[in-house]
Design a protein around this ligand. Sequence first.
Ligand SMILES: Cc1cc2nc3c(=O)[nH]c(=O)nc-3n(C[C@H](O)[C@H](O)[C@H](O)COP(=O)(O)O)c2cc1C
Length: 167
Amino acid sequence: MQPVRTDPGAFRQAMTRFAAAVNVVTTDGASGRRGVTVTSACSVSDDPATLLVCLNLSSAENAWFEENGAFAVNVLSAGDEALARAFAGEDKLTQAERFARGEWSTGATGAPLLSSALVSFDCRLIDARVIATHKVLIGEVADLRIGEAGAGLIYLGRSFRSLDAGQ
Ligand SMILES: Cc1cc2nc3c(=O)[nH]c(=O)nc-3n(C[C@H](O)[C@H](O)[C@H](O)COP(=O)(O)O)c2cc1C
């Protein structure tokens, strides 16, 4: 039986209904420091604690995440929309200029952790696999940084939105 191939435009349109947390995934090491805004991060398992993130192969520098062998998922608070835009390539800032817009510390793996993040998951890479246009990176959590509680930054309907954490 022939597999049904969904039209990519229809799929992208469908994904506008998929509300997702906005994160900046960061890395540092021998290949260099880099951060990218992503909605593709999600948890895989809790024992051991593992996360995955999908990075587009069209950016050659995205290879640095795998080469450095570590990445951190910084979950953005509602106040960090400007940072999300900067790390998504708006205004074509250099990586140094993007990092200068936030406050960072260094995690156990060497990855930059955003001080204003709701939470940062500092991960060692345990697996990586190409799926079509993206590299799926799977990391085991080496360090957890819980930030101040507050509203989260969500992407829905091609817009940034704020979601209150409630009580
Ligand atoms: C809301 C949002 C979510 C994104 N999610 C992803 C993602 O999951 N994976 C990815 O590779 N790029 C994602 N991007 C695109 C990257 O942020 C963007 O291509 C990259 O930062 C451009 O970097 P450059 O200017 O250094 O090439 C997303 C962009 C936005 C605005």
